[in-house]
Design a protein around this ligand. Structure first.
Ligand code: FUL
Length: 625
């Protein structure tokens, strides 16, 4: 009798353990997002606004010595920005409240270089007030960019500055309602002599969370979300939302940009990627770029390499000198929206029947939460998952008739972690009666969209290779119109012909030429200046330097520029200048001279390169009428 009872009790124990295992919710894997990070990821696409003195001075980095009087938009209208963002399908707006020049777009009590000192609205205006109000009106999230690097503030470079910057943050984050994202730029006194600051990130973060407990903090290494390593709009094909951050910091202390681009499998923290890129070549408005707004084809390409690669897209649309979004940019945003809607109008898998390698039994709800059909519904919060220990499961999708498609969209349910390491997509070739490989890819994350040449088939199969049983929220296929990404090259109208130019230094041109794929550029010893004989004397108003289109390379950061009538007597007309943001956004740098000059010889002397190395790159040099 006694033994019987023991057996019964043991049986009962085993059965309850078994049912417990069945009821057991799926175990999360690795570093996990917070609820705020999950909500942030679902925003996918929002607007960046670069606006300030640079809008009026044609530079990308002001040096803080600008007269605040230059800031004078004739017709500023933040409601127009918000209406444009809303109509573009964006979910929020992040504004450069303070860029590296230190100018505050609100009347800060911690600075004397603000809208208050400008003629705009007789010094009574407040851009942050107007924009945050407009965002509320249009149901958009509101976010702020505040550059710790400040070339204007007299305390910069002293311990007091950290206190001042923290107070500045506090002021902004307590005055304009909810802030969904706090954007910290990593740039820190790059290339400028003298003032360097060691930032108190701990204090800054505390200030953010004290005022805005739900804000996602952006920097090179988060903690909320991370820079993905370039300003071209191209996140890694492999893109983990996890990253090792211990021992790293923003800016120069950040992990290599290649690592930021892909994240790290098994990284200790959840720091998802955000892709920031401008609709124009530069971040600030310039009339010179009115004809260089990115094409809808290019924007679609960027969409696929950002949102389509497990990253949010922060698209910069810089307001013009009126304080409005330029018509060209806003038309392009609407075309871009239409192109996305067309591409993803019709999920051809919506009525598919599914065959999966297994389905986890989950009795935590009356319906089976893990059933395969969940991947076809509209809800992100329902999913398919196989048995706990199945690390190589598969889904077969029968489209019920032959369908032609060229896009595949996949989503993992990220509250349980990023679990898929790689996957293979195959389609059924009915003639050959065999499965044919369509794509072999790595990560998925919150969203992954694959592009491939059109294929006509009734069935496709996805085979996963995972770190923990995958939790797949969505599988969809589309037949998107194909757009070609060829950009039209707009030539500078006022460029002076270079036919008769002769390079005097370096002396041996041949040994300086580098041929890399389709790129040709000069690689010159840093101690050797670049000297050009223009063939005859020209009158010119400026020059340009074209860097090699590769971030963090040996492009020129700091320079002196000289002219000469005879090649021996040199007049320095630009002293210790920097090519703005050349490390992260290596686009053509146009420099306007304070007055027109006439000369036959020009000389570029290099003081420092973006990678602080011993040689520099030149992909082009021009002068302008
Ligand atoms: C960079 C800055 O230096 C640029 O001017 C721009 O603001 C970009 C978004 O971030 O680091």
């Amino acid at each position: 009798m006694k033994t019987n009872l023991k057996v019964i009790l043991l049986l009962f124990f085993v059965v309850s353990l078994f049912s417990l295992a069945q009821n057991n919710p799926i175990k999360p894997y690795g570093a996990l997002p917070t609820k705020d990070q999950v909500e942030w990821q679902q925003l996918e696409y929002y607007m960046f606004i670069h606006f300030g003195p640079n809008t009026f001075t044609n530079v990308e980095w002001g040096n803080g010595k600008e007269n605040p009087k230059v800031f004078n938009p004739s017709d500023l209208d933040c409601r127009q920005w918000a209406a444009t963002a809303k109509a573009a399908g964006m979910k929020g707006i992040i504004i450069t409240a303070k860029h590296h020049d230190g100018f505050c777009l609100w009347p800060s009590k911690y600075s004397t270089h603000t809208v208050r000192e400008s003629p705009w609205k007789d010094g009574k205006g407040d851009v942050l007030r107007e924009l945050s109000d407009a965002c509320r009106e249009y149901d958009l999230k509101f976010g702020v960019y505040l550059s710790p690097w400040d070339q204007n503030h007299p305390a910069y470079g002293t311990p007091q500055y950290n206190e001042i910057f923290s107070n500045t943050l506090d002021e902004v984050l307590s005055s304009y309602g909810e802030v969904f994202e706090q954007w910290f730029d990593g740039a820190n006194g790059e290339g400028h002599e003298g003032k360097k600051q060691v930032y108190d990130w701990d204090m800054f973060h505390k200030t953010v969370y004290r005022n805005q407990p739900h804000a996602v903090i952006f920097s090179d290494i988060g903690p909320g979300c991370r820079w993905m390593g370039n300003e071209r709009g191209v996140a890694g094909k492999t893109n983990w939302s996890t990253l090792n951050i211990t021992g790293f910091g923003p800016g120069r202390d950040a992990p290599a940009s290649e690592i930021l681009n892909t994240g790290q499998q098994g990284g200790e923290a959840w720091v998802p990627a955000e892709t920031d890129v401008s609709i124009r070549p530069g971040w600030f408005y310039s009339p010179d770029t009115d004809d260089k707004v990115k094409s809808v084809e290019k924007l679609m390409d960027i969409y696929y390499t950002s949102v389509g690669r497990n990253s949010n897209l922060l698209l910069n649309v810089p307001p013009d000198r009126r304080g409005r979004i330029h018509a060209t940019d806003s038309v392009r945003l609407m075309e871009f929206r239409r192109a996305r809607e067309e591409a993803f109008a019709d999920n051809l898998a919506i009525k598919a029947s599914l065959k999966v390698s297994s389905t986890r039994k989950d009795t935590t709800t009356t319906w089976n939460k893990s059933e395969a059909y969940n991947i076809l519904d509209d809800s992100y919060n329902t999913y398919w998952t196989p048995n706990e220990n199945e690390l190589n499961p598969s889904i077969e999708i029968d489209l019920k008739k032959i369908q032609t498609f060229n896009r595949l969209l996949l989503q993992e349910y990220i509250p349980l972690g990023q679990r898929v390491k790689s996957f293979t997509v195959k389609y059924w070739d009915a003639k050959k009666k065999t499965w044919v490989n369509l794509a072999e890819e790595t990560t998925i994350g919150y969203k992954r969209i694959l592009r491939f040449p059109s294929v006509a088939t009734q069935k496709l199969k996805i085979e996963f290779n995972t770190l923990a049983c995958p939790v797949i929220s969505t599988v969809a296929v589309y037949d998107a119109p194909e757009l070609s990404v060829a950009e039209k090259v707009v030539d500078d109208k006022d460029r002076i012909d270079v036919k008769n130019w002769k390079l005097l230094s370096p002396q041996s041109l041949e040994s300086s030429i580098v041929n890399e794929n389709d790129n040709r550029y000069l690689k010159i010893d840093k101690a050797t200046s670049l000297i050009v004989d223009l063939g005859k004397a020209f009158k010119f108003s400026g020059f340009s330097y074209t860097p090699v289109a590769k971030e963090q390379s040996s492009n020129i950061l700091k320079y002196n520029f000289y002219i000469s009538p005879d090649g021996t007597k040199w007049i320095k007309i630009k002293d210790n200048q920097i090519f703005n943001n050349v490390a992260n956004n290596p686009i053509k740098q146009r420099v306007k001279l304070t007055e027109n000059v006439e000369a036959r010889y020009i000389k570029l002397e290099v003081l420092e390169t973006a990678d602080f190395g011993n040689h520099y790159f030149v992909a082009g040099l021009d002068i302008y009428k």
